[in-house]
Design a protein around this ligand. Structure first.
Ligand code: FES
Length: 144
């Protein structure tokens, strides 16, 4: 079978299919690292409760840690008052940041904002941050 026996329309479809496949592979190869960076890590198990020294969480400050394989945060909203949340944004799963100047959490992906109680203050997140219980025992916090 020589090249002239293949109709041009079939050659065109073959080339378009080939180019589409190569394009899809290249897009997946370049998009995968970005996806991994923006996605929260999978559940890797871990301890039921995480122990955090009270001294690690100053008043008005936040301390990020890993809880059941996911990023989490504990903050001291006022002297002796602690609260903890999952740090995974409820919109598309980016990791929120604590903004001490504003006293709120900010999601860097789409500017979702959360209060010190985890409630949505603005942006696209559909629901509050996941709340995690905190127990105080002496100079230690037990989160979980
Ligand atoms: S992922 Fe947080 S606002 Fe979109």
């Amino acid at each position: 079978m020589d090249q002239d026996s293949i109709p041009p329309a079939k050659r065109r479809i073959f080339l378009l299919t080939l180019l589409g496949g190569v394009g899809a592979v290249l897009a997946a190869a370049s998009g995968w690292p970005v996806w991994r960076f923006l996605s929260p890590r999978g559940d890797e198990g871990g301890a039921e409760k995480v122990q955090v020294a009270r001294s690690m969480v100053e008043v008005g400050k936040a301390h990020f840690f890993s809880f059941r394989g996911q990023p989490a945060v504990v903050l001291q909203t006022s002297a002796g008052s602690f609260s903890a949340f999952g740090a995974v944004c409820t919109h598309l799963g980016c990791i929120v940041k604590w903004v001490p100047e504003k006293g709120e959490f900010l999601c860097p992906c789409h500017a979702g904002r959360f209060s010190t109680e985890g409630a949505v203050l603005g942006g696209p997140p559909p629901k509050p941050l996941e709340s995690i219980p905190v127990a105080i025992e002496g100079d230690q916090l037990f989160v979980g």
